[in-house]
Design a protein around this ligand. Structure first.
Ligand code: C2E
Ligand code: MG
Ligand code: MG
Ligand code: MG
Length: 285
């Protein structure tokens, strides 16, 4: 294609742009429809304590399960809605539903946490704090069972509103987790300004630690740094026993991954809670 004449090349690029634009527009229209017709769901993936191999919490992951012919996943549709009002509507719904589900687990006798993914953009609105407080009050969930997962983007820029809302939430007892830690930025100054409870290590690091000395060294160093700074560590994307054992040996606190369970709907998640994973493997690792 690159060898085509200038004119054709221009045509090629512009029709590619049109295609992307149309695709995004279709996704947006579809999602607006999904919101008004209640077609979105939350799935839950267990967060397991590596020392006990018991479920200590769950991460809520957004699913557009119905009326989504191309099975578009959140990795693709979240960035598209981030330029629109939808990120605020859907984001608020995710927090409300997460709190509601977690209270339901508590009522069934399982006092575990729930983690909601929050787009940095949501925090740039002054009503974010109220949305969280209302979700906690309406559900009856105690604040220290709610974890907010944020990526580093916004924390790196110093934004007063973001900082104030995070401080107000953490002083209520809500926890702040840094998602995909170490994947995008090397500036860690924000760790000194903001009260971070835990770092989540991305599966792009974790999946490699059994095969790569370099990755193992990096993950070890991050875990040690977190320990010194009083933060917990959650490793994401554990698929093999080898990786689980290595993380146990490194004193990593928590893990998530297909080794235990994929994200599942609430009913299935509550069955997992009832059977509560007791392989008891870490103690013998
Ligand atoms: P994330 O928050 O880092 O979530 C982890 C992703 O890894 C999830 O993908 C999860 O299903 C997947 N995963 C978990 N364990 C394994 C494993 O062992 N192997 C593999 N290969 N994958 C694993 P998912 O659900 O497709 O979500 C992708 C991303 O979309 C999330 O990454 C998060 O950034 C975003 N996202 C999901 N739900 C929400 C939401 O409610 N709000 C916002 N703002 N973003 C969300
Ligand atoms: Mg997350
Ligand atoms: Mg992550
Ligand atoms: Mg991610």
């Amino acid at each position: 294609k690159a060898k085509q004449s200038g004119k054709n090349k221009y045509h090629y690029y512009s029709s590619e742009l049109d295609e992307e634009y149309m695709r995004n527009l279709n996704i947006l229209t579809g999602l607006k429809d999904a919101v008004s017709n209640d077609l979105l769901d939350l799935h839950f993936q267990p967060k397991v304590s590596l020392s006990s191999d018991k479920i200590a919490g769950a991460e809520a992951l957004l699913r557009w399960s119905r009326g989504n012919p191309h099975s578009i996943r959140p990795d693709e549709f979240i960035p598209i809605i981030e330029s629109t009002e939808l990120i605020h509507n859907i984001g608020a719904w995710v927090i409300q539903e997460s709190c509601r589900a977690c209270k339901q687990w508590h009522d069934a006798g399982h006092h575990i946490t729930v983690a909601a993914n929050v787009s940095a953009l949501q925090l740039t609105r002054a009503n974010f704090y109220d949305i969280v407080v209302n979700a906690l009050e309406e559900s009856g969930l105690e604040p220290h069972y709610l974890e907010i997962e944020l990526t580093e983007h916004l924390l790196i820029q110093e934004n007063k509103l973001v900082k104030h809302q995070l401080a107000a939430l953490t002083s209520l007892g809500v926890s702040l987790f840094i998602d995909d830690f170490g994947t995008g930025y090397s500036n860690m100054n924000y760790l000194t300004r903001i009260n971070v409870d835990a770092l989540k290590l991305d599966k792009s690091f974790i999946s490699q630690i059994a095969d790569s000395d370099d990755y193992r060294v990096i993950v070890t160093a991050i875990i040690r740094m977190a320990q010194v700074l009083g933060m917990q560590v959650v490793a994401e994307g554990i698929e093999t026993e080898a990786v689980r054992k290595l993380l146990c040996g490194l004193d990593c606190d928590y893990a998530q991954g297909y080794l235990w369970s994929k994200p599942v709907e609430n009913k299935q998640f509550m069955d997992l809670l009832e059977s509560n994973l007791a392989h008891d493997i870490c103690l013998t690792a």
